[in-house]
Design a protein around this ligand. Structure first.
Ligand SMILES: [Zn+2]
Ligand SMILES: [Zn+2]
Length: 332
């Protein structure tokens, strides 16, 4: 199994095992290039995790731009935002396929942003025929044209978030792809080889007007290579925080969002990574959310049934039950 195949294992939840992937995204092998050694990068502890990016060519790392959102006074001009969940392990729209992973489309800001790509990118055969992955099938079922996507942001390296990238780029490579800088060089090179523009993200960076990435977060001692970025969208209602798996901790991500942008947090949507978390711990996280002033929540993907239930009880009408096919509109 190649490196990309190893990525398919993805982030798992004790409550909901990942759907086994039978299709491995195909990336063109790249020639060996001289690399500088990158100190202090221990070997990942598990065989299913991706190889640590032990090196990176200095010439291919563009400078990251640290730019904060405009002040709150400009929020009123940002317009409404619609988030469409394209890939999730929670069912919602019965026309769509449900599978372990996450992807959503963010519309309303200057750019149309595909955040994560789910776990199934289809396959490309040598004969020219190819099977389309679930992400593209779900997009078509929702009448979402892949050609309309301007930007792709991948939260982290697990296969249930990056697995659909190669298949999507076969459909539309005229996009800018924001990958965490810590990604393996093989994925970065495959992204460039597919024809997309690559931006490596380390610190916070502006994606477009009113949208930023938190930059790479995460200091897991068990997986120091696992860095994750989240999206922060500025709306007239407040900040919308969109997470992939929240491996760095969902509360820490919300805190980071608040330090990067003015205004209160209106909505947190995505994977909260609480599938194996006890009810007692979830209760304390709910309390922290409320203390941080998070107004609405939409946990899905790896959030876990217990967390979804407890957030639902605490937030009442401000809990948004989402699954694949959900459209969450944040009105202007
Ligand atoms: Zn995940
Ligand atoms: Zn993950």
């Amino acid at each position: 199994m190649g490196l990309i195949g190893l990525l398919i294992a993805g982030c798992t939840s004790p409550a909901v095992p990942p759907t086994p992937s039978t299709v491995v995204p195909t990336y063109t092998p790249i020639p060996t290039i001289p690399r500088l050694s990158y100190p202090h990068t221990p070997t990942p502890p598990h065989s299913h995790v991706p190889a640590v990016p032990t090196s990176r060519p200095t010439s291919t790392v563009p400078p990251t731009v640290t730019r904060l959102l405009p002040t709150a006074t400009s929020i009123a001009s940002s317009g409404g935002v619609t988030i469409t969940v394209l890939y999730d392990n929670n069912a919602y729209d019965e026309r769509l396929e449900t599978a372990w992973g996450f992807s959503c489309l963010v519309e309303g800001p200057e750019k149309r942003i595909l955040f994560d790509t789910g776990g199934d990118g289809g396959s490309e055969s040598e004969g020219g025929s190819e099977s389309e992955g679930r992400l593209l099938r779900n997009m078509r079922a929702l009448a979402v044209d892949p050609q309309d996507v301007d930007v792709i942001v991948i939260s982290h390296v697990h296969g249930d978030h990056v697995g659909g990238l190669a298949g999507f780029l076969r459909e539309n490579h005229a996009v800018t792809v924001y990958l965490p800088q810590s990604f393996p060089e093989s994925i970065k090179d495959a992204t460039r080889d597919a024809g997309a523009e690559l931006v490596e993200v380390h610190g916070p960076v502006e994606i477009c007007e009113h949208v930023i990435s938190t930059g790479e977060l995460g200091t897991l001692s068990s997986a120091p290579w696992l860095k994750e970025q989240a999206l922060v969208v500025e709306t007239s209602r407040g900040l919308v925080v969109i997470t992939g798996c929240a491996h760095p901790g969902i509360v820490d991500i919300v805190r980071q969002a608040k330090t990067l942008a003015d205004g209160e947090v209106y909505l947190v949507l995505g994977g909260f990574h609480l599938g194996g978390t006890s009810a007692v711990e979830v209760h304390s996280i709910v309390e922290e959310f409320q203390q941080l002033g998070v107004q609405r929540v939409a946990p899905c993907h790896c959030s876990g049934d217990t967390a979804r239930r407890l957030f639902g009880e605490a937030y009442g009408d401000d809990f948004i039950p989402v699954g694949v096919g959900s459209r969450v509109q944040v009105a202007d």
